[in-house]
Each structure stands twice: as C-alpha cells, then as structure tokens.
Ligand binder design. Sequence first.
Ligand code: NOJ
Length: 589
Amino acid sequence: MKFMPRGIGVSALAVLFVVTSLSASAQTKASHTHKARAWWDNAVIYEIYPRSFQDSNGDGVGDLNGIMSRLDYLRVLGVDAIWLTPIYPSPQVDFGYDISDYRAIDPQYGTLADFDRLQQQAKQRKIGVIMDLVLNHTSDKHRWFIESASSRTNPKANWYVWNDGKMVNGKREPPNNWISLFGGSAWQWDPARKQYYYHEFYVQQPDLNWRNPQVRKAMYDVERYWIHRGAAGFRLDAITSLFEDPSLANEPYVRDENGKIEINAYGDKEVDRSKTDNLPEVNGVLKQLRQAADSTSDPKWGQKVVLIGETYVGSIADLRKLYGPHNDELNLPMDTQVGFINKLDAAVFRKKITEAETDLNGNEPLFVFDNHDNPRWDRYSDGTHMKEIGRMLAAILFASRDTAMMYYGDEIGMQTTPPTRKQDVRDPIGIRGWPKEKGRDGERTPMQWNSGPNAGFSKPGVKTWLPIPNNFITVNVKDEVRDPDSMLNWYKQMIALRKSNPAFRGREMMLNTNNNQVLSWLRQAKGEPAVVVACNFTAQPQTIGFNLSAYGLHSTRVKTLLKSPGTDDPASLKQVKLQAFGVYIGQVE
Ligand code: NOJ
C-alpha cells in the first residue's frame, strides 16, 4: 500500500488481529439497528480521475465534456454517483490536490458552464456528482497563501500554520521532527516572512490553520457554493489531518521488531503521526460541515448531500467515531480495512466485514478496494488467476451490505501499469522516491474504451498525459461488451443483482465461520427470500455445504442467481462446488 505510510498501515494492522467470529445472535441484534435509508445506501459510487477518463478536445488530458459523453455508459453500468477528483484551478503539482481557486474549474477540464451541464445531464440519468473538497491545504499559489506569506501582520497572517522554528548551535531548524507524507521535513522556510510553514504533503501544499474561525467560515462557504451548483456530496480529502497538536511536540519514531527506526522510501525516519493525524478536534469540524450540508438545500440536486471521508484509520472503533456520537458527522467514512487487507485471507476478510456489519452503530459502511493513490485490484492477484480474483473482489464489494465505491477501469479489469523509467514518471512522489516509490502513475493511466488509437481515450496521434497500457487491445470496453464472460459483464450483472434483489438491502451474516478456504455469507431482508454468497479464496476447487436453520431457513433448495463461468448449478445447498477463486450466488428457495 503506497498511500498509507502512517506509522503502521491498516494492512499491517489487519494481519495482526486475532480472528474471532461473532455468534449469529450477536450479529442479528446489531443489524436490526440499521438506520433509515438514504439515497447512498446500497449505492454504487464511481470514482473518476478526470485527467484520465475521456479527452474531448485532443490535448491528451481528460475533461468534463469527455465525462459528459460517457454518462450513458455509467448509467448502463448501474452507477448512482460519480466522484470527481479535484477539477478546480490548480498548478497541478499534485494533479489538482493543490487548489488555487475553490470556486472555478481549471481551464484544462472545462468551464463552470460545462460543470453545470454535466451536473444536469448526470441528474437526468439519476447520477449525482460528488466533488472532492480539499480542506487540509491549498496551493501555495492560492491568493490566501500569497497574502499570508507576505508579512506577519496581514489580514490572513494566521490562516496557515507558521512557526519560527528553533535555534540549534546558532542555526535555525524546524520546530520538530514532523515529516511530510511526500518526503522530507514537513516544515518549509519562507524567506520573505522569515518563518517556517507546515505542509503535510508537498511544499506547494501549505496546511491551513483550522484553529482560525475565518478559515472555517471560508471553507463552509465553499461547501455551500458547490451545493448551490448541484453537488450531490463531497469526498473530504485528508480530513483526519486538519489539526496539528499545538504543543508541536516531536512524534515518536516507528521502530521495527529489532527496535530500529524505520526509514521510508524517501529516506526519512518514519514517525507515528500521533501529533498530526486523527486529533479529536477533527470531529468538531465534521459536525459543522455536516450542519452546513444538511441546512443547505438546493433544487439542482434536490436530495440530501452526502459527506464521504478519506479516512485511513486503523481500527473499527476509530472508524465508528467518524460517524459521530449521534450520527451527525460523516455519512460515509471510507472503510479501508476491508478493501486494503491486501492479502486473500478469508479469515481476515470475515472478521473485517463482520466488524463493519456489527460495530458501526448500524451505519452504512463504505467499502473500497481501489483509488487513485494505491495500486489497483491486481495487487491481490496470484499471477495465474487474474480474472477469477477480479471477479471475486467485485463479488465481495457488491454483495456486501455497503455503499460500494469503485474506481474507473475496475469494471474492465484495468491493471496497475507503473512507469519503467524514472524519466517517464509524472507523479512527484515517484520522482523523489524512485525506485522504491514509483509514484501513483500506474493506477492513473487513461481509460481503455476500445482497441483503436489511444484506446479511444483521446484523438489518434495525440500524446496522452500518461501512456496507454499495452493490454488495451483486449482489456477495453468495446470488446468486453461483446464477451459474455468479460469482467465488464460480471460487474454489470453483480450491480444489477445488488439493485434488483431485495435480499441485498437486508442484513449480512457470515456463514461457516470456521472455513478459511471459503468466505460465505447470507443476505436476508424481512419477508424476502434469502441469498447465499460463497467465494473460494484458494486456487484449488472447494466444495461447501450450508445449514441455514439458525436463520429459520430449513430448505436446502437453491436457485442460481450468478456464478463464475464454468461453475455447475448445485443440486442442493448441501453441496456447492466452487472453482479456483470461484463465486457462487444463489437464492434459498
Ligand atoms: C489524498 C489524495 O487522494 C491524494 O491524491 C493527494 O495527493 C493527497 N490527499 C493530498 O491532497
């Protein structure tokens, strides 16, 4: 996992857990408390990296009109909302996560009028547009920062995190050992102001001072601005790191099992981020963001606005806190504990999915396997059963009780394609960390629409901002539409099933919890036929039998709803045969 160098990453924590399984009655009790339904419950949210989705004007970079031209594709796939990574004006040092104006569109993506049309066209297809709100930092080219850096007395002097540093042997040094997630000290000396400023990410991304009420107000105004333009919600970037400990105390170093300080890909001593991440003050801001969202209605979207958090936290208890004690904070803090286990271990998946079902106060979990910061789903592959594993991951995502977040290209099986030479790297963390850290280009390559020039992403002959992966000849939308066994058709069927079969709106209970080869679960909604889902986590065929009498189901008759290609229809629930990494989904008759 590239994007979780925060002390111990979630993936590392996941394997440390002792696996326990809850009794059926404990699961039942918790799942009866599920909250009233919102539009995002059971929804499919599709993340678009706008640079890479569809180029309409032939400059090699995707744009809003390109996205607009693909809305019917998304509608047919079954997408309820698209999340656009930042499309605001930006120097593009971090490809949009360095914003220089929160109320406009970067000309390379289009105009505000294009945005308005996109929002309307999407809404006509019942698709919401979720904006990426970057609250932790701005670009150093934002006028707020330019003003703040201009003197120690200007009106915005206190909008960022400034500090004199300390004198050591007559030399000025940063105030502490905090490091940037993107390498080097998190403090940058500003020669004009003669002070350091704090930046969690690149030097060009100074952190805002969230202890300043003016900063808060400015950002809540931005939130309202986009609601009035029709946003269906926000994905809140780096939301857990808005605050830094005012004591500015050093962060403890992370040590390996021999007690040696760990050194990260950039050569820095790894710190545990205890003074810069997950501070309790964040919850106060989440409440206010939520109040602003709930009290601002606009007919353009016309429904509630969803708040999604980028929340890489290490435990279910920490995740639960982000919904707020009265469910008055985030609607959907991203649950990275299931999707980023990064190892096909059925017991760990069982534990993590059960926790999401039982330990989130009945709130909807948001599962995600892929995004623009981490290697794609193929990180789970054993090298031989690529497609089978891809199908299985999709089954876990779409057959669970969750809001499902997917990343463009997952549905056709696009794979991570990192650059092979340093001179080709575009993501600055890849340039700085090469070769240990190759950056995030590999998961940001252009969408593969067909097997023609530039894979249909851009006009023929245009140099695309990142190269098109070689496998576009077979891994592309056009060819996969025609192949009944393609990944695209599997995704379509999975999503259609999730939406049409009422069992998928009901509770989720793990079955056969001592079986560590097969992960299986039951979906059950009141008064509706139950559905069994089984996933073979091994490269060997498996046979599994189910006794569902604990759930009041005494029949062993089952009707196949969906199965991996080549799987037999079982004669009864007593004997379900699964191929290597095979999936079986059946309705209990
Ligand atoms: C998280 C975003 O997903 C990532 O792409 C970005 O670099 C950092 N936040 C900084 O905004």
